[in-house]
Design a protein around this ligand. Structure first.
Ligand SMILES: *Cc1c(COP(=O)(O)O)cnc(C)c1O
Length: 361
């Protein structure tokens, strides 16, 4: 068996321990005589899986009791529509546009009401986080929206915007469980799991209860997109993504075993420092993000020469470093170093980059 170092932005690396356990339970989940894939979502065994997953997530993130946790389908992108459909009571919301995902959410918001661009970093290819300490937020805005970690551009909000009392809605797809968060500062904190938690096909919504409307303000909201439908049915109005939820549950247990979110943060800071320190002293490679806004999870870098970038990606792949090609909109390289990326993977990558730099000086 050969395992590569997988720097994919998503779907992405998962803890080996989790994969092994899932493999062991594949044919016979704990005496059930079947895999979790084959099991009724109405069975006691699956109810226990989803209940435990929720309890472990609540424990890890210290989620207050007045927040609902939903395990849904449709990916993060579907919630770009569901958020305005459930939240635009006054038909107005503010968006901070710090990358492609935030922009997609903003454009989707415009379909259902007045989506206002409060700030943007598009002028410099989204390479920084704009100052959000004193935004011009309308009195009647229903929420302020951010993408907290910008997967493609490698920026991260180090301080949350001043929303002037409006609920903060944050897409944390690519920084979910990477460090401790204070959930009470958010109205909705949510993300797709395929970056840092589990297999594609699950999106986790953590929503303050008072933000789940009895009736959605947007007429003809599909039943499936009403948060109330999902909340009233324990995420099982229809068949949930059972197997994905099961793997997420295992990852929550793995993180707890590793020491929780404080330990994850220390582990992630250590890895990111190895890579950023090298980029800061390299003569060939350089990081593309303003240093104070750098993400711990996604690290884009370039050589400044397209052919050299391509050569690097190709040689890296041959040496067992997968998925280092940057997003098609940015070019260059990007190393995603999520929770499950071991420190050895980052050390090996930096050693390889040093060698490549010497050979191509
Ligand atoms: C990947 C990603 C998305 C899109 O997720 P899908 O599940 O493919 O819809 C949205 N937001 C962020 C921050 C992402 O990284």
């Amino acid at each position: 068996m050969k395992r590569v170092y997988n720097f994919s932005a998503g779907p992405a690396v998962l803890p080996e321990e989790v994969l092994r356990e899932a493999a062991e339970e594949m044919m016979d989940y704990r005496g059930c005589g079947m895999s979790v894939m084959e099991m009724s979502h109405r069975s006691a065994a699956f109810q226990q899986i989803i209940d435990e997953a929720e309890a472990d997530l609540r424990d890890l993130m210290n989620i207050p009791d007045n927040y609902k946790v939903l395990f849904l389908q449709g990916g993060a992108s579907q919630q770009f529509s569901a958020i305005p459909m459930n939240m635009m009571k006054n038909g107005k919301a503010g968006y901070i546009v710090t990358g492609q995902w935030a922009k997609k959410a903003y454009l989707e918001g415009q379909k259902y009401g007045e989506a206002i661009k409060l700030a943007s970093s598009e002028d410099e290819t989204f390479s920084y986080i704009p100052d959000c300490s004193d935004l011009d937020i309308p009195e009647d805005a229903d929420y302020v929206y951010i993408c907290e970690n910008n997967t493609i551009y490698g920026t991260k909000f180090k301080t949350l915007p001043n929303t002037k009392g409006k609920p903060l809605v944050a897409d944390v797809s690519s920084c979910f469980l990477s460090e401790p968060v204070d959930v009470s500062k958010y109205g909705v904190i949510w993300g797709g799991v395929q970056k840092n938690i589990g297999p594609a096909g699950v999106v986790i919504m953590i929503i303050r209860e008072d933000l789940i409307p009895e009736e959605t303000p947007v007429e003809n909201t599909p039943t499936m997109l009403k948060w109330k439908t999902q909340a009233d049915n324990g995420s099982m109005y229809n068949t949930p993504p059972c197997y994905g939820i099961y793997i997420c549950g295992k990852v929550f247990k793995w993180i707890k075993k590793m020491g929780g979110l404080e330990a994850m943060k220390a582990h992630n800071e250590k890895k990111a420092a190895i890579l950023y320190n090298f980029l800061d002293e390299s003569k060939l490679f350089k990081g593309t993000v303003r240093p104070e806004d750098r993400s711990l999870m996604n690290v884009p870098f370039v050589t400044g020469d397209k052919d050299m970038d391509a050569k690097f990606v190709k040689e890296a792949k041959a040496a067992g470093f997968e998925n280092l090609k940057g997003h098609r909109s940015v070019g260059g390289m990007r190393a995603s170093i999520y929770n499950a990326m071991p420190i050895e993977g980052v050390e090996a990558l930096v050693a390889f980059m040093k060698k490549f730099e010497e050979e191509n000086a």
